[in-house]
Design a protein around this ligand. Structure first.
Ligand SMILES: [Zn+2]
Length: 442
């Protein structure tokens, strides 16, 4: 490891989201600097795992100690990679004195590509070491790649491998009270930033959420969390939330009405989810609507404008108008940096002239409604900074402002019955969240 590698822990705001999602992997130094940036908002991380009916896990269980077998004795070790580490110093801290393993990690091409070249400060490495100090097993989760790489000693040989990372899904409950700002209150309650952001989106947009908020209001949240070996890697979706006081409360419950599809409902089963946001930017200002022909400022001719232009300063957040999978995030001639977001076989949306893509946005990334996917710019054929937005039905551009889309997915009788059962479980968890906080206050 050299100092250059240490700089892979970026401190810029654009990298904040990624840092936050993987904060378990940060060294102490980086974690301290994060606190100073707490006002920045992170995007909601993609959730590619469908939530099962919730199971409560209130506390992080400590990883179980491995029972030591009498004949095949080994020691299990876990270490965090330091900026000053070399492969040799890391193995020594793991309790191995194994020249062969060091050589293999340094010289074997596959082991080097998979493991050595991926070591970064802050990462957690697990190892099994024999009583004589031989490295028997080494594994390293690569969160960004969703894989875990490993090295195993098999007889006299070493075998390196890469496998999909299997995350444990848990349900976490948190509760707090508004004292001062929402951001400081959610921090005090230990709400991860992506969850705080989702909470704001659940009960309206940012403006209406903050307007409705009162000092002393309570909030309780039940959300998904994904862990690897007992450590939270990222958060998922809010499963239930409550906000308000004794006189007025708002509730939201996630309900999966069919495999892979769900939405938020209030306590009565009325949908809270809008299938598509009205606009992909906050405070939208349309400068050029959808038209069969308009005078093009660059080509100086009349051309069709099969989208809507929103004027916004460079760097303005661009939001996914609905859940979907990124079909393209690339530079194209006219569109500049463009994102094509596929919502289902019928619907897709397009976001052009972006200054840059948001952290983690690439072909295949799954995003949720309201996630930041990019930033407004003027790349491609654009005279000034704006977002070019297209709404496509069966890959044909349509006028999003003229569209009448279903307002919500209403629950029929059968689904409503299922919803009520699922709500009851979540309701109990919200109540538990409140009790836990009240007890800790007293
Ligand atoms: Zn345009």
């Amino acid at each position: 490891m050299n100092n250059e590698k240490r700089t892979i822990l970026p401190y810029s705001e654009s990298a904040f989201d990624r840092l936050f999602r993987h904060r378990w992997a940060l060294s102490g130094v980086a974690a301290v600097s994060l606190l100073g940036m707490a006002a920045a908002f992170a995007i909601a991380p993609p959730t590619d795992i469908i939530p099962s009916q919730a199971t409560i896990i209130e506390q992080l269980p400590a990883p179980p100690l491995l029972p030591i077998a009498s004949d095949d004795t080994f020691f299990a070790h876990e270490e965090r990679v330091l900026a000053s580490d070399t492969v040799a110093s890391l193995l020594i801290r793991l309790g191995a004195s194994d020249r062969e393993a060091i050589d293999h990690l340094g010289k074997d091409r596959k082991a080097h590509t998979l493991i050595t070249s991926n070591l970064r400060p802050g990462m957690i490495v697990n190892a099994r070491i024999s009583v004589t100090g031989e490295l028997l097993h080494l594994s390293l989760p690569l969160i960004d790649k969703n894989t875990v790489v490993s090295l195993d000693r098999i007889g006299k040989r070493f075998v390196s491998a890469e496998q999909a990372l299997t995350l444990e899904q848990r349900t976490v409950i948190k509760s707090g009270e508004i004292r001062g700002s929402f951001i400081s209150s959610s921090e005090a309650a230990g709400l991860p930033e992506p969850i705080a952001t989702q909470l704001v989106g659940l009960f309206g947009n940012e403006g209406s959420f903050y307007r409705a908020l009162r000092q002393g209001d309570r909030f309780s949240v039940v959300y998904e969390s994904f862990a690897y070996r007992g450590q939270e890697i990222r958060t998922g979706r809010i499963l239930a939330a409550e906000l308000g006081n004794r006189h007025r409360t708002q509730q939201a419950y996630w309900f999966q009405f069919e495999p892979g599809r769900g939405a938020y409902y209030n306590a009565d089963g009325k949908s809270l989810s809008k299938p598509f946001l009205n606009a992909p930017v906050e405070n939208p200002h349309v400068t050029s609507g959808f038209s069969a022909s308009r005078f093009h400022p660059i080509f100086q001719t009349w051309r069709a404008h099969k989208g809507v232009d929103y004027a916004a300063p460079t760097g303005t957040k661009v939001l996914a108008v609905a859940d979907g999978v990124i079909e393209a995030a690339e530079a194209q001639n006219g569109y500049g940096n463009v994102i094509v977001l596929r919502h289902d076989p019928t619907y897709s949306t397009v976001y052009g002239h972006l200054n840059e893509f948001a952290e983690g946005i690439a072909k295949g990334t799954r995003v949720h409604q309201g996630d930041v996917i990019g930033y407004v710019g003027r790349t491609g054929w654009a005279t000034d900074s704006h977002l070019h937005y297209e709404f496509r039905i069966n890959d044909e551009q349509v006028d999003p402002e003229a569209l009448v889309l279903p307002e919500s997915i209403t629950l029929d009788r059968l689904r409503l019955t299922r919803f009520k059962a699922s709500r009851q479980t979540l309701r109990a968890q919200l109540d538990l969240a409140k009790e836990i906080t009240l007890a800790s206050v007293e």
